[in-house]
Design a binder for this molecule. Structure first.
Ligand code: FAD
Length: 434
């Protein structure tokens, strides 16, 4: 058991959502000595045979690692991650060009989402003050009384009170619904025209089919594929493409035709039969960007992670930003002596500009941010500066490949259509960081 030295902590913190951010947050609150109750709608993923998740693996970078470190989880997670020192750009003719992340020795890590979630849940459980309640789906909560109503797996409803509710229930947060009824609450939700689907590249003769310590990227105009390595020597390939394009590919033969045209080098590596089959295993998934403010409701409730700010994945920062939310909240708890009535507004004041900035950055790009903890809105300022430089007579980039990430290209009205490869070359010539 990993108990805190903290004393007078009879307060109950309800963490709603036991995903990545909820599980980490449970560790933070438990470490401070609170009574922590985690409520997760799914069954315990540590026991479930099939874990449905959003992406199989994720890029963990500096911000996320710092947040893990504070609760003693950095080493455990890093030891099960695969370092990616560079991006590896695959051009149409099969040439591969590495582009390092930041300075020599800097890297991001490919981590398994399900394992990360399991490790964090188990870490939270090492505190005797933590209780994990699975198969508890939040239906509603009252802003007047703070009472939360949960639906259990047996169909029964359960009402629960807590001193603080921490909404970590993801992009479609049920906790956030009550915020929408408040005056002066700002909210926006935007779906992008792209969807994504995941494919597995198996090992060849027991070895990785491609160089493992890279984030492989196949930039192809308005769509792209990326591949991140896994510990079992597979790669998870994620194809990002406008839904319109997905709809044009409806048969196995069309899949092969499509891959022949855009990703020919991957056909023998994924395998033609597997490709034909796996492409249709799940429909392409949508991607949403959610921004809101404030993140708190009186001294009762606070939103963190995707519940507060879902970002599109092209910057590889969604989870990292959510992890940093926990770290920042913890710092403010120190500064303001755990007084929720002061901590919650301060958290909104400090965190909203940074999380809004990361949502914008996810649409744009600035690779250096991946390796620092400079505040996100500072990074946006730098990006605006960079944008000015890039715009001097050349082109305008709306979003592009980064940490785990990719590109949509917006052309100024008079620009001829150029390929991503050309764009890449020009940006390299400009010494762009991405
Ligand atoms: P979630 O992971 O969504 O967890 C929310 C939890 O709440 C879930 O367990 C859910 O079951 C539970 N829940 C939902 N509703 C209720 C309810 N009513 N009652 C109780 N429980 C509930 N980020 C990165 O940093 N790096 C990457 O490389 C990266 N790649 C990505 C690739 C893709 C394709 C996508 C889609 C996202 C990627 N992200 C990445 C973003 C990352 O997945 C999210 O930011 C992260 O999962 C957010 O964690 P969360 O805990 O806030 O939300």
């Amino acid at each position: 058991t990993n108990d805190s030295k903290s004393t007078s902590k009879n307060k109950v913190v309800a963490v709603v959502g036991g995903g990545l951010v909820g599980a980490l947050n449970a560790c933070y609150f438990a470490k401070r000595g609170f009574q922590v109750e985690v409520f997760e709608s799914r069954e315990d993923i540590r026991e479930a045979k099939i874990v449905k998740g959003r992406s199989i693996n994720l890029a963990l970078s500096h911000r996320g690692r710092q947040a893990l470190k504070q609760v003693g989880m950095e080493d455990t997670i890093v030891s099960k991650g695969i370092p990616m020192h560079s991006r590896m750009i695959h051009s149409l003719n099969g040439t591969q060009s590495p582009i390092p992340y930041g300075k020599k020795g800097q890297y991001i890590l490919s981590v398994d989402r399900a394992n990360l979630n399991k490790e964090l849940l188990s870490a939270a459980e090492t505190y005797s003050t933590t209780k994990l309640n699975f198969a508890h789906k939040l239906l509603n909560w009252s802003t007047e009384t703070g009472a939360m109503t949960f639906l259990r797996a047996d169909g029964a409803k359960e009402e629960i009170q807590a001193d603080l509710i921490v909404g970590c229930d993801g992009a479609f947060s049920a906790i956030r619904k009550q915020f929408l009824r408040q005056s002066r609450f700002n909210f926006s939700q935007t779906y992008i025209p792209h969807g994504y689907l995941e494919l597995t590249m198996p090992p060849i003769n027991g070895e990785f089919a491609m160089k493992p310590n890279y984030l492989h990227i196949w930039p192809r105009n308005t769509f792209m594929m990326i591949a991140l390595p896994n510990l079992d020597k597979t790669f998870t390939c994620t194809l990002f493409m406008p839904f319109d394009e997905f709809e044009n590919v409806t048969t196995g033969d069309q899949v092969i035709e499509f891959f022949q045209k855009y990703f020919p080098d991957t056909i023998p590596l994924i395998g033609a039969d597997a490709l034909k089959r796996d492409y249709f295993r799940l429909p392409a998934q949508a991607m949403v960007s959610v921004k809101c403010s404030p993140y708190h409701l009186s001294d009762k409730c606070v939103l963190m992670g995707d519940a507060a700010h879902a970002v599109v994945p092209f910057y590889g920062q969604g989870m990292n930003a959510g992890f940093e939310d926990c770290l920042v909240f913890n710092e403010i708890m120190d500064q303001l002596n755990e007084d929720f009535s002061a901590v919650l507004p301060e958290y909104t004041r400090v965190r909203v500009p940074d999380d809004h900035a990361i949502a914008d950055l996810a649409m744009y790009n600035y690779v250096e941010v991946t390796f620092t903890r400079i505040r996100y809105h500072e990074a946006v300022k730098r990006w605006h500066w960079q944008d000015k430089v890039i715009n001097q007579g050349l082109l305008c980039v709306a979003a592009s490949v980064v940490g785990g990430s990719y590109l949509l290209v917006r052309y100024p009205p008079n620009m001829p259509n150029i390929s991503i490869e050309q764009l890449w070359t020009r940006l390299q010539a400009l010494k762009s960081p991405f």
